[in-house]
Design a protein around this ligand. Structure first.
Ligand SMILES: Nc1ncnc2c1ncn2[C@@H]1O[C@H](COP(=O)(O)OP(=O)(O)OP(=O)(O)O)[C@@H](O)[C@H]1O
Length: 279
């Protein structure tokens, strides 16, 4: 983990600055990301959406310090990210590969804490609290295979929470579960943001999910990607699967983001957003 020093000046929590990524393979160079810049402010939920192959996972891996950009940089509180930064946790789509099958639920959640040299009793305490906050109290001794897919993804989320991150990065976190569980997990995450004081950046294919969860949605162009638009989502909190999704503003924002993903256009000025909402 890279140590991150105290914030300097008025930096956003996270800045993606002119990021580009070209992969070099035996078949030749592949430019996945051309020029991506956006900010994420403390406490926000920001979703990254875009057409298939637009480099969403590539970007998330760069933000997480797992992949070096070809050019550009990531700043966390103004400090360049040059490896997995302290205070950031990642949740992957594929819970079946991210949980260790031979460890108990509690063992899976405490493992990264023990690796970070958190004392055993404190690690167990934090893990139990995180498991309780995702509704898995009493499941600590089970093995992952004894849980449903949705419950296994809750364990992955608990593992990230127990780390007490200020930044939670999620790559298609709910893509591998059924629709009902997906809604349950979406509704789990928003209160956790408050409870743990986190900032969340998530990649998703699901436009409804992006609009439902987010304060802002970053829309990527087709590859090699640039930012087509950053759409503000000024829907009231708390969000609700019924009331929010029946709100005509939700429908208009969803329509807007979908249009941008399908037919990218230059970023809309802020006033356009207001016009969309008041139309
Ligand atoms: N390790 C790699 N080596 C070479 N090319 C890669 C590598 N990882 C990704 N790519 C290529 O980069 C492009 C962007 O991939 P990425 O997975 O980031 O896109 P994505 O937007 O997340 O895709 P999807 O929407 O299909 O999940 C794709 O063309 C992919 O084939």
């Amino acid at each position: 983990m890279t140590a991150v020093s105290a914030p300097t000046g008025q930096w956003p929590l996270l800045r993606a600055e002119t990021l580009a990524k070209t992969y070099h393979t035996p078949a030749g160079a592949h430019e996945a990301v051309r020029d991506v810049t956006f900010d994420v402010h403390a406490g926000e939920v920001v979703s990254i959406v875009g057409p298939s192959g637009a480099g969403k996972t590539t970007l998330l891996r760069i933000l997480a310090g797992l992949l070096a950009p070809t050019s550009g940089r990531v700043l966390l509180s103004g400090v360049p990210v040059e490896g997995p930064p302290q205070g950031a946790a990642l949740v992957f789509q594929d819970y079946s590969r991210s949980l260790l099958p031979w460890l108990s639920v509690l063992g899976n959640v405490t493992l990264p804490l023990r690796s970070a040299r958190v004392p055993r009793a404190e690690a167990a305490d934090r893990a139990r609290q995180a498991l309780a906050s995702v509704g898995l109290e009493g499941k600590e001794k089970l093995r992952p295979r004894e849980l449903s897919g949705g419950m296994q993804q809750r364990v992955s989320i608990a593992r990230a929470l127990a780390y007490q991150p200020r930044l939670l990065l999620m790559d298609e976190p709910f893509a591998s579960v059924d629709a009902q569980t997906r809604m349950d997990l979406e509704d789990l995450v928003l209160p956790l943001r408050e409870q743990y004081g986190m900032t969340i950046v998530t990649v998703t294919h699901d436009i409804d999910e992006a609009v439902y969860l987010s304060d802002r949605v970053v829309v990527l162009s087709p590859p090699p990607s640039t930012v087509s638009a950053v759409v503000d989502i000024p829907l009231p909190a708390p969000r609700s699967q019924t009331a929010t999704k029946e709100d005509p503003r939700f429908g208009r924002l969803r329509h807007r983001v979908l249009d941008l993903v399908r037919r990218p256009e230059p970023a809309a000025p802020a006033t356009t957003q207001e016009r969309i909402l008041n139309r």
